[in-house]
Design a protein around this ligand. Structure first.
Ligand code: PLP
Length: 400
């Protein structure tokens, strides 16, 4: 399940070679400087329709940078979903702030009602993570953000190119972050970016992402900001990654189209199974990289995963589990495995019972854009076979 990587071709290879031939791999200068990173940032603003883009080394670096850019730090709380990726709480801690968990709903994205319940007088932002390609309930989250005067930050790492109500994800919040790691919609192996229309967020992010910014400001007048310089880190993207990503971005709509075509076929093929319920999709503009359905009981989901594997249908990519919350699998997507960040989380897990109930019944299938029609048929047949074999045992409503 490496969508962008599967589409690497001559374009990416030529682009990398030209950077190497120029001997100019650094983003700000070189013997024959190409400024491909600057061009990639321009392309990002054009594709996503936002004013400012900043290319970075990873999605985690992007989250860290944009949180600092938004002025979030010690004493502040950021609400994050129980189901995302460990980078989400990690970046909040890196920014010096405190991550606060909120439940997901049956879309497996943040439940706006629970977000509202978790707000305190320290809450500064809500991190809306469009997990496994699917948009959050942005109407609901924007309402909470507005009612309480709290920023919305979108983490689009797993859904770049997807839309909500016809508008690209990442254009709803004050700012958005992206990842270009290998499992993402487009990839250079590693990479990240932030997008925003907010000049201050952008300028603070520029200051933070490169310790050289105060020094570059001597020569580049556009770097003379209306705030005092402050210390940062080095999260600059390099020209080789940018060269790959500039080509990958041209292919993003094509990749999504292929994924969604495959997902639609599989979903249609198993939609007659009445013992499973599909994950709610908040908008058909989703990226389509996953197909998730709920069984009635957690034990059934675990059995489902096992039986699908016996049918040689892999619901995983690498270590990714076939059931969203499987207590036996140490998976960084689920809050129960974030004990090094939330000490004693297991003891208070009942506070997130709604998430646990949903995630432990959620069977997860990756949808690759490269599936053949025969693969798709295999998946449909296997899901039917397993549903018939397993769900009839406990569920009186099983498909006949
Ligand atoms: C939802 C989410 N946020 C952030 C990240 C962090 O991205 P990276 O691995 O590029 O640091 C990832 C990817 O791994 C992710 O899935």
């Amino acid at each position: 399940m490496h969508p962008g990587a599967g589409y690497v071709g001559k374009e990416e290879i030529d682009a990398v070679v030209s950077i190497l031939k120029a001997k100019s791999m650094y983003r700000f200068y070189g013997p024959n400087f190409q400024n491909v990173t600057g061009q990639f940032e321009q392309d990002l603003t054009g594709y996503f329709g936002r004013k400012y883009a900043l290319a970075l080394t990873s999605g985690t670096a992007a989250l860290h940078t944009v949180l600092v850019g938004m002025g979030i730090g010690p004493g502040d709380e950021v609400i994050i979903p129980t189901y995302s990726w460990v980078s989400c709480p990690d970046a909040v801690v890196a920014a010096g702030a405190t991550p606060v968990l909120a439940d997901v709903d049956d879309s497996l994205t943040l439940d706006p009602a629970d977000v509202e319940r978790r707000i305190t007088n320290r809450t500064k932002a809500i991190m809306a993570v469009h997990i496994r390609g699917t948009p959050c309930d942005l109407d609901g989250l924007l309402r909470v953000s507005k009612d309480y005067g709290i920023d919305l930050l979108e983490d689009v790492a797993q859904a770049a190119g997807a839309t909500y109500k016809g508008k690209k994800l990442g254009t709803y919040g004050r700012a958005a972050s992206y990842s270009f790691q290998l499992n993402k919609m487009i990839s250079a192996g590693e990479g990240g970016a932030i997008l925003t229309d907010d000049k201050l967020v952008y300028q603070r992010s520029v200051m933070f992402h490169d310790v050289g910014t105060p020094y570059r400001a001597w020569e580049d007048k556009s770097l003379k900001f209306d705030f005092e310089p402050f210390p940062g880190v080095n999260y600059r993207m390099n020209e080789i990654s940018a060269a790959i990503l500039k080509e990958q971005l041209k292919k993003i709509d094509w990749i999504i189209k292929d994924i969604k075509k495959n997902k639609a076929k599989i979903k249609k093929g198993i939609s007659d199974i009445d013992t499973i319920t599909f994950r709610r999709i908040n908008d058909p503009g989703e990226a389509g990289i996953s197909l998730v359905f709920f069984t009635q009981k957690a034990e059934q989901a675990l059995l489902f995963k096992k039986a699908l594997r016996a049918e040689n249908i892999w619901t995983t990519s690498g270590s990714y589990p076939g059931v969203v919350y499987d207590p036996q699998i140490n998976d960084g997507h689920v809050f129960m495995h974030w004990g090094h960040i939330f000490k004693g989380i297991q003891r208070v897990s009942k506070r997130y019972q709604a998430s646990l109930d949903l995630m432990s019944r959620a069977v997860h299938l990756d949808i690759s854009p490269l599936l053949s029609d025969a693969d798709i048929e295999d998946i449909i047949t296997a899901v039917h076979k397993v549903a018939d074999g397993i769900l009839t045992v406990d569920a009186p409503k099983a498909r006949r």
